[in-house]
Ligand binder design. Structure first.
Ligand code: PLP
Length: 306
């Protein structure tokens, strides 16, 4: 694609696009300039005063790309808009973001699995213009975790399961740039000999992973803890439920405790890019992996075209 910076010589594995006007509710950065432009991913992009960098004051999405097609794109764009609303950021211009996402994907060389990250920050303090960019890159190989599974520990998130209703200012359920805690819990899991985390509310209910949704199977039912619990509305979980319904499984939402989760027939942490990672150990106790259903889910997710 013309004008888009490429790195790594003739085979670009990353692409970066900067939006001129990330929201129609705020002025453009360069009046009259194109809606977006390529930027060398190796060159500096942000002002040291950007509130995204100095306060984590912004939002993001990470979108799977399968064979050049963004997956669950409209769901991601809806979630991007609702995260912006939660932070009272200027509403993202969906058409501008969609075009920038497609352009970033176009400028990558073909790969079976890539991803796109969209970032919208409040911009420079007092400036009134949000900062927005799209970064596309090839994905690492997740085939091992998708087949062999992950070891998970439950960790207290410190909020009750109804935090979204009682304390909306905590922004639970919005995909904000303030992910330092979501990273630190993985380090804690590593210290405990595990790979990943399932957050539990302070009143004892299963919530989500730090970058994934929890899905589990009980008999012929595929279940997730649900919405309204201060957790993200997962795009992967939604795609998995559509697949499950197509192969005759029931789907549903259920508030449950970690002890109840341990009784499930199979448990997964599901997310864009890594897709469905079966849980093979929960708090030190082995869990059975449903290899057939895991393979079916991941085949379906990798083939998604919308
Ligand atoms: N929950 C949290 C906290 C996340 O950060 C993510 C994704 O990054 C998810 C759930 C899963 O969302 P999705 O399936 O849309 O990637």
């Amino acid at each position: 694609m013309q004008g888009l910076a490429r790195q790594n010589g003739p085979v670009p594995t990353t692409a970066l696009i900067v939006l001129n006007q990330p929201s129609a509710d705020a002025p453009p950065h360069s009046p009259g300039a194109p809606a977006f432009a390529g930027h060398d991913p190796a060159s500096p992009l942000l002002s040291a005063l950007d509130l995204g960098a100095t306060r984590g004051d912004g939002i993001f999405e990470t979108i799977s790309v399968g064979n050049g097609r963004p997956q669950a794109l409209e769901h991601h764009l809806r979630r991007f808009a609702s995260s912006a609303a939660a932070l009272e950021l200027p509403a993202p211009d969906a058409d501008a973001w969609r075009s920038a996402i497609l352009a970033a994907i176009d400028s990558l060389d073909p790969a079976e699995e890539s991803s796109v990250k969209t970032v919208l920050t409040r911009g420079i303090e007092g400036d009134g213009r949000p900062t927005g960019w799209v970064f596309a890159t090839h994905s690492p190989d997740f085939s091992h975790v998708r087949t062999e599974g992950i070891r998970v520990v439950t960790l207290d998130r410190g909020y009750r399961h109804d935090v979204e209703q009682t304390s909306p200012w905590l922004l639970a359920g919005a995909k904000t740039l303030s992910y330092a805690v979501n990273r630190s819990v993985v380090r804690e899991a590593n210290r405990r000999g595990a790979d990943e985390v399932i957050f539990v509310s302070s009143d004892g209910f299963v919530l989500e992973g730090p970058s994934s949704s929890v899905v589990f199977r009980v008999g012929d039912r595929l279940v997730t803890p649900g919405t309204g619990l201060g957790i993200l509305d997962g795009t992967t979980q939604a795609s998995i439920f559509r697949y499950a319904e197509g192969i005759g499984l029931e789907t549903g939402f259920q508030l449950l405790t970690p002890d109840e989760l341990r009784l499930a027939d199979a448990v997964w942490l599901v997310s864009s890019v890594r897709l469905a990672a079966p849980v093979r150990e929960l708090d030190g106790e082995p869990l059975a992996i449903d290899h057939d259903l895991t393979a079916g889910i991941n085949r379906h997710l990798r083939a998604l075209t919308e």
